[in-house]
Design a protein around this ligand. Structure first.
Ligand code: LIP
Length: 274
């Protein structure tokens, strides 16, 4: 029922702000309590774990029948399973590498999926004081003001966002560089924000025309995908068709035409699903 979504939205927004305080305080400290996960560039800090624990403890208490998917819970070996049950997808710190280095593109990303559809998306950057919010069918907002994507439909006039990611296998890096080369041959430029969630927010507010990435996880994109779509962006699987949150790949653009041009410009690969 809607009243449960209203309550969920309220709790999630409060959570984003209280988690943001914790992230901001830790951002200012020199010692980040750093360790690595799958590769030497796949970073986690004590704050990622602390914020995820804090989020799940609160949400479990408020919504005991909901399900939960979180980056650090998954890293600890818990399988991410998306069912029809209301499911929270949380990235406690998206842009952990930025967080570690003091680069201010750092956020908490909170999404609530119901019947596998994202109903609520909240992305809060406590360093730059930016809170992006969306509910399905109700538009996208930055700090309470409605946001709208641009209208670019030509890759040769576009600024495109993508990411290197944390993988370091030669074949995957070559694939990424080849795609970047194909895009830069046509586009005005490529930028990496270091956070998939904030990349989708830039697309949402017209700061970039398109975004694509292979290798992300559901918690990186669930909230951002809704925010971008509610701001007027067109998002899809990299090869067309609806975004599959668990497929580890996505394209978003200001217009469908641009998304399709970008899709036909790059190579595609299938990754192990979330
Ligand atoms: C990061 C993503 C980024 C991607 C990295 C990483 P994290 O999330 O947002 O776009 O390229 O591989 O997954 O690890 O900072 O939460």
């Amino acid at each position: 029922p809607d009243s449960e979504l209203d309550a969920s939205y309220k709790v999630a927004l409060e959570l984003a702000h209280s988690a943001g305080q914790v992230i901001k305080e830790a951002f200012q400290r020199k010692d980040k309590g750093l360790s690595t996960k799958s590769t030497s560039a796949d970073l986690v800090t004590v704050t990622d774990r602390k914020v995820e624990d804090m989020a799940f403890t609160l949400l479990r208490e408020k919504f005991p029948h909901h399900s939960f998917i979180g980056e650090e819970t998954a890293a600890a070996g818990v399988r991410s399973e998306l069912t029809d049950n209301p499911t929270w997808m949380i990235d406690p710190i998206d842009g952990t590498t930025n967080f570690v280095h003091g680069f201010p593109f750092v956020c908490i990303s909170i999404a609530l999926c119901v019947k596998k559809q994202v109903e609520i998306g909240i992305i809060h950057n406590p360093i730059l004081n930016e809170t992006y919010t969306a509910r399905r069918g109700q538009g996208a907002y930055l700090n309470g003001e409605r946001i709208q994507t641009g209208s670019q439909d030509d890759l040769s006039k576009s600024l495109v966002l993508t990411e290197f990611g944390a993988h370091r296998e030669e074949a995957f890096l070559s694939f990424k560089f080849k795609n970047m080369r194909s895009v830069i041959n046509k586009a005005h430029g490529i930028r990496c924000t270091g956070s998939a969630a904030l990349a989708l927010c830039q697309l949402a507010k017209g700061g970039a025309d398109a975004y694509f990435e292979f290798g992300i996880h559901c918690w990186d994109i669930a909230a951002g995908d809704l925010i971008a779509r509610e701001a007027g962006a067109f998002t899809m699987d990299t090869q067309g068709g609806p975004v599959d949150l668990m497929s580890r790949r996505i394209i978003g653009a200001a217009t469908e035409k641009l998304a399709r041009e970008l899709s036909s410009t790059i190579d595609h690969t299938e990754l192990e699903r979330d």
